[in-house]
Design a protein around this ligand. Sequence first.
Ligand SMILES: NC(=O)c1ccc[n+]([C@@H]2O[C@H](COP(=O)([O-])OP(=O)(O)OC[C@H]3O[C@@H](n4cnc5c(N)ncnc54)[C@H](O)[C@@H]3O)[C@@H](O)[C@H]2O)c1
Length: 263
Amino acid sequence: MTQNWLGLDGKVAAVTGAGSGIGRAVAIALAEQGVSVVMLDRSLDSLTEAANAVSAVGPDPLLITCDVSDVASVENAASQAGAVDILVNCAGISRPGGIADVSVDDWNSVLDVNMNAYFFTSKAFGKGMLERGHGSLVHIASISGRNAQGNSGAYSVGKAGVLMLSQQLALEWSARGVRSNTVSPGLVRTPMTEAYYNVGDVAARRDKAVPIGRVARPEDIAQVVLFLASDRSGYVTGADIVTDGGFTTTLMSSVPRPGYDEK
Ligand SMILES: NC(=O)c1ccc[n+]([C@@H]2O[C@H](COP(=O)([O-])OP(=O)(O)OC[C@H]3O[C@@H](n4cnc5c(N)ncnc54)[C@H](O)[C@@H]3O)[C@@H](O)[C@H]2O)c1
């Protein structure tokens, strides 16, 4: 295989939610490829910790504290960042609550961060990409965007919105040199979900639920982001790469089928 197959060396990438979990792993993976990373997060503490890990493997990152759900904060971050070749939208939150009970505030908070912010950042960082005629947008969606996740307020609705936002961006911007794609993770152990794994045998049961035999590590998702960020995926736009260890293939396994059960 060609050395430096991805050809990302020397590029600049902005990553939102870069202080934790998947965004942190994406920032590290990009830096390992020689990418200068602009790390955005609302938490300076987590940005600072993650930046040490990034600096250990690649170019020193630029840190910008930014609330991605605030359009002025995003525009300010984009102007501080300067020319960016790649945008990875990763910042996200979750709030519990079924439709009957979830508050309007919680519903809107989830849509503001998980969906509207992806529009704000795409627009603010995409502007320069369109002017230069080259860029790659990668949005972290979720298998929850196609499979309703109960008692999670607007989480699935927001992720479904991201899947369509990405397709619309691909439709409108691909002819101008800017591609847009999504990665849909399945179960990933990160600070967002860590609390589930510390309850009883949940970690083992979750591993068993996935055909590949384990839930994902943030690095599993980051590797797929690298491909979509790079020119190696130059003919891929408007696509979604489901990265779930096969979890969404398991629907038929949930019903009994006498005579066909696994031996
Ligand atoms: N963990 C999973 O199982 C899983 C599965 C599918 C999709 N995802 C998605 O992956 C993305 C990353 O999730 P994670 O599990 O790494 O979560 P995480 O909580 O570990 O990291 C999310 C980061 O986003 C930042 N953030 C939140 N709101 C922000 C805001 N308003 N402005 C700026 N930064 C903000 C947080 O400070 C945090 O650093 C999210 O979009 C999430 O929905 C996660």
